[in-house]
Design a protein around this ligand. Structure first.
Ligand code: NAD
Length: 249
């Protein structure tokens, strides 16, 4: 049994999907959780729904001052910060030759830069206060070109956050901060609609490529993230766990 009693966790993009499921898991293990999302109303609504022990806050992960203010306010309000889940993410389906500059930049800003800002600001606090755990959410798309949908900006951002975990784990190991990544497969959340989940042909193609022949429940990813965030994973740092129903096997 994972025991997170007394721990304070932040889940970015936690208002729905994998982030909300992770919040529920962390709370079930005894942590208090701050859901931080660019959709503040949705974060507060999710916090009420998942309460007690959950708090909704605003953050835009693309804005380093917003991320820094979140870390400072959590530390001031709760007196500690133990776990940071870099979960916020966006994806827009597009072929490289049609990819508009602004879509490329927006995707890199949220998925790669936003993850770095979160890790850096949480890591700054954790390195100075005796340690902690950071988990970045990568993707199968970091390890295999997905098809029939394509989204090169997302894919390179997601391999970036996986490698970021290795580099930061090395930098911060002696400070007691562990950094890992989870690379989920096709998981049944709203983001899948942005890459074609409403299209029966695309869904059929995905299912035919997944050895387990199914989408993943957000709770299945949440359990892996919670394990990595806990002391049960005390010797694991700088790793990527593939939770993808066999997609990259
Ligand atoms: P989702 O769209 O349901 O949730 C993403 C959340 O991030 C939303 O609540 C959104 O408001 C928030 N967000 C977006 N931009 C933000 C910003 N600038 N600042 C703060 N919050 C922001 O998606 P999900 O499926 O739950 O995805 C969660 C993570 O898992 C993402 O990083 C995604 O890339 C990754 N992932 C998802 C799948 C999948 O199949 N669902 C597969 C692999 C990886």
């Amino acid at each position: 049994m994972i025991d997170l009693s007394g721990k304070i966790a932040v889940v970015t993009g936690g208002a729905r999907g994998i982030g909300a499921a992770t919040t529920s898991q962390l709370v079930a293990c005894g942590a208090q959780v701050v859901i931080a999302d660019v959709r503040q109303d949705a974060a507060e609504e999710a916090a009420r729904r998942l309460a007690p022990g959950v708090h909704g806050r605003y953050v835009d992960v693309t804005d380093s001052s917003s991320v820094r203010e979140l870390v400072e306010s959590v530390a001031a309000e709760f007196g500690r910060l133990d776990i940071w889940i870099n979960n916020a993410g966006i994806v827009e389906d597009s072929l490289a030759l049609d990819l508009a500059d602004d879509v490329w930049q927006r995707t890199i800003d949220v998925d790669l830069t936003g993850t770095f800002y979160g890790a850096r600001e949480a890591g700054r606090y954790m390195c100075a206060h005796g340690g902690g755990a950071v988990v970045n959410i990568s993707s199968i798309a970091a390890y295999r070109a997905t098809r029939p949908e394509h989204h090169v900006a997302y894919d390179v951002a997601k391999i970036g956050v996986a490698h970021m975990a290795k580099v930061l784990a090395s930098e911060w190991a002696t400070a007691g901060v562990r950094v890992n990544a989870v690379a989920p497969g096709y998981t049944n959340t709203d983001i899948l609609k942005d890459v074609g989940a409403n299209n029966p042909e695309i869904m059929k193609s995905w299912l035919s490529q997944i050895p387990q022949g199914r989408l993943i429940d957000p709770e299945e990813i949440a359990r892996v993230v919670t394990f990595l965030a806990s002391d049960a994973a005390s010797s694991i740092t700088g790793q990527v766990v593939h939770a993808d129903a066999g997609f990259t096997a």
